[in-house]
Each structure stands twice: as C-alpha cells, then as structure tokens.
Design a protein around this ligand. Structure first.
Ligand SMILES: [Zn+2]
Length: 362
C-alpha cells in the first residue's frame, strides 16, 4: 500500500498530530520499537514526541498524519485527533489484546522454489510476534503431545484459529461415502530430482517440477510429500501403519492432497529412496543422488475417496481437496521402524465430519 504524503507541505499539524498520537497511545500504536516497555511513561512520551518531530521533518511522516485529508483546518484536525486518542485509550482498557490484522498464510503466493506444504506453510513465519503487546514465549511451537498438542493448536497463534473453530477440518474417519463413477485422477508423474528434510514434524521430500495430477478439470502440481505414523485418516474406523501425503498445488494456490495409506508388508522401493537420503541434522536438506518415480509410490488400484478438508497441521487452513486412495501400498517393518525412531506418533486426531459430502469410486 502506498500512502500519499499530502501533509509534507504543512509541517506544524503533522508534527502536532504525530506527537499527540504517540503520547496518547503510550508510544506503542505507531511504532513497536519506540520505547521498551519498562521505560517511564514520561520519558517514553518525550522520546516519542522527538521521534515524531523528526519523522515529520523527514520523508517518513507517521501513518495517521499521512492519512489525514489534505484540506482540513487545524481546529478540525485537533478535534479529530482528540477523538482518535479517546478511541485508542478506550481500546487499551479492553481486557483482551487486540491482534493486529495479519496477512493470510502464503499458500497462494509461494514461489515453486519454496514448496508449499502442510508443514512449510506452518513454518512460513515462525518468529512473527503474536498479536497483542506481550507475545507468549511458547506461542510458536506446536507438537503432537503435551503443551503444544493438537487440542492447543488453535490457541497458539491467531492465525492457527481454524485448528479449533474450523468446521471442515482433516483428518476424518471416512465412512458412508456416496458410491459414484468418480472420474479417475489423471496422474502425470515422471522421474524427478528431490531432496529430503526432517522439518521437526515429519520427514518430507521436496520435488522439482514436472509432476502433476488432473482432477475435476483442474491441474495441480506435486510440490512435496511427507509421512505420518500412524495414518491420520481412518477408513471405517481402521487406522493404517502409516500414510504418505502427496501435496499438490494449482496455479491459484489451491491444494489437493493424495493420501497413500501404508500397510506393513514388503519393502517399498520409493520410500527406501527417501530413507536413503535422510539428513543427519533436522532442517537440513539432503539432495538424493537418484531421481524418484512417483508412479511407483502409488498402489496399482487408483480408486479413491474424496472430500473437502483442511491441512492437518497448523494453520489448519481449509479448502483442501482430499483424494484418499482406497488400496494401501506396503512398507516393510524395517522401513516403518526407521520412521518410528524419528516420529513414533505424528498424526492429528480425527475431526468431526459435520455432514460433509464424501464420495468414493465404485
Ligand atoms: Zn500430512
């Protein structure tokens, strides 16, 4: 947003407005760094006034001054200012902190170079302060148990609120699907280079471009896949050993996740490729020396269940198209043990279906 700087030829009202506003808000509204919280109010106000004066002389007028209409008399300006100060003071008396408006998670805008994932989305802004004056020190960390566990996710950050108040959340127990002739998912996968990262919540493989699916007339590109143990989704109450989530994104940022359930059985060659490149350190990417063929990640039978849900990790954003393949693939006990050593349990509990439509292939 650009602000027209109309008050620059009228320095007195601009300076007055800036100084008064800073005093009126305890020097917090305009500039988070104006004064440390422990500074005496008088000193902070004086500092703020000086800062406002400096700002008025420089190109950086305080925002409210710049926002004032150009043709307003000094008296009118003063009157509006008093109203504004009164409003700010009234707001400060409210018990609840008022979170500032925050940009939506960058699902729609991330470049392909930084693949979007349930997990990368969540980690996009890990150190941003929570709303309000005093961010809780533990606010940024979510997990699958204890203090930051799934029941707490929605309270950890304002932008995680969907985790607790969302009505179309994932995973769910898939049952009672409407059996129809679902169009097949058109997989267009080819051998592709990839890297592997242990992001602190799962093991994830990030892929180069060139793999996509087409479903319901929309084309989504595969950006990454990752694992959960046990499977997050259930089919008629049954939970599987593990699940792989293949996260796809369309040009508008909409997500479609193909879930491949995993039974215990024979060794899975593509999972083995991922395990072979497991990094020694968390958050570090290891490039695989061998490309991966995602066709071989899929089971033979490609029939599926589908419903609308959410990311299963914070921020739990909704509007995600879920495509859960009916036939499980297999992983060997040793392969499952490798993952279990890192993540014995990283599955979100099942969420209410709340009357959502579930369809399944005949
Ligand atoms: Zn997942």
């Amino acid at each position: 947003m650009t602000r027209p700087n109309r008050t620059m030829n009228r320095p007195i009202p601009g300076l007055l407005l800036g100084a008064l506003l800073m005093i009126g808000t305890g020097a917090q509204a305009g500039d988070d760094h104006a004064a440390p919280a422990h500074e005496p109010p008088a000193k902070a106000a004086a500092k703020a006034a000086a800062k406002a004066a400096a700002a008025a002389e420089s190109k950086e007028a305080p925002a409210p001054a710049a926002a004032a209409p150009a043709r307003v008399g000094d008296e009118e300006l003063r009157r509006r200012l008093e109203e504004r100060i009164a409003a700010v003071r009234a707001a400060q008396k409210e018990e609840a902190p008022r979170p500032r408006p925050r940009p939506r998670p960058a699902v729609a805008h991330a470049a392909p170079a930084t693949p979007i994932t349930e997990h990368v989305v969540a980690a996009a802004d890990p150190h941003a302060p929570a709303g309000g004056a005093a961010p809780a020190p533990h606010a940024a960390h979510w997990s699958y148990a204890g203090d930051g566990g799934p029941a707490e996710w929605g309270k950890l950050k304002p932008e995680f609120s969907s985790c607790s108040i969302g009505k179309r959340q994932s995973p769910i127990d898939i049952r009672g699907g409407v059996k129809v002739d679902l169009e097949p998912i058109r997989f267009d996968y080819r051998p592709t280079g990839f890297n592997v990262v242990d992001n602190g919540h799962t093991v994830q493989a990030n892929l180069g471009g060139g793999n996509s699916i087409e479903v319901a007339g929309r084309r989504y590109e595969l950006v990454q896949f990752h694992f959960h143990r046990p499977s997050e989704e259930r089919i008629n109450g049954r939970q599987y050993e593990m699940v792989a989530h293949l996260v796809h994104k369309d040009p508008e940022g909409r997500l479609a996740v193909v879930a491949v359930l995993m039974d215990q059985g024979k060794q899975h060659p593509m999972v083995q490729l991922v395990w072979n490149s497991l990094p020694l350190e968390k958050k570090e990417e290891t490039m695989s020396p061998v490309p991966i063929d995602m066709n071989l990640m899929l089971p033979e039978d490609r029939r599926y269940y589908t419903y609308m849900g959410s990311l299963t990790t914070p921020p739990c954003s909704e509007g995600v198209l879920w495509l859960v393949l009916k036939q499980p693939a297999q992983m060997s006990p040793d392969q499952i043990a490798v993952f279990a050593k890192l993540y014995p349990m990283n599955a979100r509990p099942i969420q209410q279906v709340s009357g959502r439509m579930i369809k399944e292939s005949n």
